[in-house]
Design a protein around this ligand. Structure first.
Ligand code: GLP
Length: 239
């Protein structure tokens, strides 16, 4: 099976397109449920969403959000945490009700209980209408590294050394990059009604080809999206 690919010119076009898709869901649903991602790729999408909020085109008043993942051991206020990223790029600028924001707490005393609570919260208000995804160079989605079961639910994940290396660009040094994270499972992600995978930059060309045209295998986590009825890629890469 081959996944639908929307080819765009550049990061600007990719982010505009992604922001439009989010806006459609916000307008269509009376109580929109969004799955959100962090990383460099969706930054501009958030910038555009904030712009459109400021123009009065959209509101997050009744929106519920679930973030894909969070590092274990970083305080919520730590500038390297994904919670901090979300506040900085989206939440502090819009009218979202903070009670409707779900990001796994990497400082929870009992991490497995935290994962269960996160799953329950999704169950209660789900399904997620739209899940935004980025992808790691090794094909990971959220922090589901190669080899993670396609049936996995929200869990504590061990980060690959290569992932820690790649992500160390956001930290002061590699030693500061946590070794574990909490992540929505692949099974959890796949229950979203619509999934948009954002892939930006030539350095991801090889992995994108595997994701779209390669075998569906747990060795390439994002390849599972080929089996989803409504998942597609937006990319500026020619494939
Ligand atoms: C991290 C996150 C992923 C994200 C990936 C790609 O490892 N856990 O959710 O998709 O990085 O990030 P970037 O967009 O910066 O390439």
């Amino acid at each position: 099976m081959k996944m639908k690919v929307i080819k765009v010119e550049d990061n600007n076009a990719l982010s505009t397109k992604a922001a439009n898709i989010v806006c459609e869901v916000l307008k269509k649903e009376s109580r929109p449920v969004l799955g959100l991602a962090t990383g460099s790729t969706p930054k501009k999408m958030y910038e555009f969403l904030v712009e459109r909020y400021r123009k009065g085109e959209i509101s997050f008043k009744d929106t519920i959000t679930f973030n894909l993942d969070e590092y274990v051991g970083l305080a919520l206020t730590d500038s390297f945490s994904y919670r901090y990223y979300m506040e900085k790029h989206l939440f502090q600028h819009v009218d979202i009700n903070k009670e409707n924001v779900y990001i796994p707490d990497g400082l929870a005393k009992d991490l497995s209980k935290e994962c269960e609570a996160f799953e329950r919260a999704i169950d209660k208000v789900g399904p997620i209408h739209l899940q935004i995804l980025g992808v790691g160079l090794n094909g990971h989605i959220g922090f589901n590294e190669p080899g993670t079961s396609f049936k996995s639910r929200t869990h504590v994940a061990k980060l690959e050394e290569s992932t820690r290396q790649v992500n160390s660009r956001f930290f002061n040094s590699i030693d500061e990059v946590p070794k574990e994270a909490l992540t929505m499972g692949i099974g959890t992600i796949m229950e979203a009604e619509e999934i948009v995978l954002l892939v930006q930059g030539e350095h991801k060309a090889k992995i994108l080809e595997k994701i779209v045209y390669g075998d569906v295998t747990e060795e390439v986590p994002a390849s599972v999206l080929q089996t989803h009825p409504n998942a597609y890629v937006i990319t500026d890469i020619d494939i």
